[in-house]
Design a protein around this ligand. Structure first.
Ligand SMILES: NC(=O)c1ccc[n+]([C@@H]2O[C@H](COP(=O)([O-])OP(=O)(O)OC[C@H]3O[C@@H](n4cnc5c(N)ncnc54)[C@H](OP(=O)(O)O)[C@@H]3O)[C@@H](O)[C@H]2O)c1
Length: 283
């Protein structure tokens, strides 16, 4: 492991105000890492700094603000003092519920801006810090993707489009960074206990009177059921720890009790998958 900020390896995690990001930070700190975690406002920065102690340093940026992301990377560079950044976790993300036809344009574009373009902005800003030196091995990148990155489900279109594109982005970075020894790994999770879908569903009622009413109602019911089987955010955090420790070598990890269903749908002929998915929402 690289030694850096307080003689411990350092990791950057985006979107740590809640949910999965927060759990990853706590687990990393427990395992001895120094963590730079991004939030979007000073209030969250101060609260987390107080709660998480000296091994945590807040970074304040929205992943859509290139200049602020770059400034955060400069700040981390000074703290690393010439050492290599051990890892970057691209976790910040949003979900949006609704049919692709009627989904609010701003919500659709925000999904792409945050879940895809924001990941490229952050990755490019921190990449120079992940490159190995004569005395230190290169760092790793982990993207918190989703099973929605391998299978497309109705009412979840903006999220699926953004996470499929994120998977593509990860493959490209990994293949371009192979000569530099910087690995890029996806964690493709199913439902995890967090507020992300409650935030997204806040707009869901808008589709109750529309042509998609039956599908939207069923989709909401399926989501509510899935939440009962949701894994705790610590499941993702533990996988992150194993990847950074070099104990997990795959390019992608599928986390969910029902992950096999998505993996099966992803390899089925498209017409069969169309039929199965549509049937499950219209019956
Ligand atoms: N929960 C699941 O079932 C599930 C399943 C698979 C994958 N994931 C993925 O896991 C990641 C974390 O989601 P979560 O479930 O933990 O949800 P969450 O609790 O809502 O956390 C999302 C985090 O992203 C931050 N964020 C949102 N927009 C941002 C922006 N424009 N710039 C910077 N930060 C931003 C949020 O900050 P604010 O508090 O400031 O909004 C928050 O810290 C996402 O990428 C999501 O797609 C979640």
């Amino acid at each position: 492991m690289q030694q850096s900020v307080n003689n411990s390896p350092a990791v950057v995690v985006t979107g740590v105000s809640s949910g999965i990001g927060r759990a990853i930070v706590e687990q990393l700190i427990d395992d001895g890492y120094d963590v730079f975690g991004s939030v979007r406002n000073e209030e969250d920065a101060n609260t987390l700094a107080e709660q998480l102690g000296h091994k945590f340093r807040p970074l304040v940026f929205d992943v859509r603000e290139r200049e602020k992301v770059q400034q955060a990377a400069e700040f981390v560079k000074t703290k690393l003092n010439g050492n290599v950044l051990h890892g970057l976790v691209n976790n910040a993300g949003v979900a949006a519920f609704g049919p692709i036809e009627l989904l609010d344009d701003d919500a659709f574009e925000a999904s792409i801006d945050i879940n895809l373009i924001g990941v490229r902005t952050v990755t490019n800003a921190f990449l120079p810090l992940l490159r190995g030196t004569d005395s230190e091995i290169p760092g790793r990148i982990i993207n918190i993707s989703s099973l929605s990155g391998i299978v497309n489900t109705p009412m979840n279109g903006a999220y699926c489009v953004s996470k499929h594109a994120l998977e593509s982005l990860a493959d490209i970075y990994r293949r371009e960074l192979l000569p530099a020894g910087i690995d890029v790994v996806s964690i493709r999770s199913g439902p995890i206990r967090s507020e992300i879908w409650n935030k997204a569903r806040a707009d869901g009622d808008a589709y109750d009177d529309a042509a998609y009413q039956k599908m939207a109602t069923k989709a909401r019911r399926i989501m509510a059921r899935a939440e009962k089987d949701a894994l705790p955010a610590s499941a993702i955090a533990e996988t992150v720890i194993d990847i950074f420790a070099g104990r997990k070598k795959r390019v992608a990890y599928h986390l969910s009790k029902g992950a096999w269903v998505s993996r099966f749908l992803a390899v089925l002929p498209a017409r069969w998958a169309d039929h199965l998915i549509t049937q499950s929402l219209m019956s």
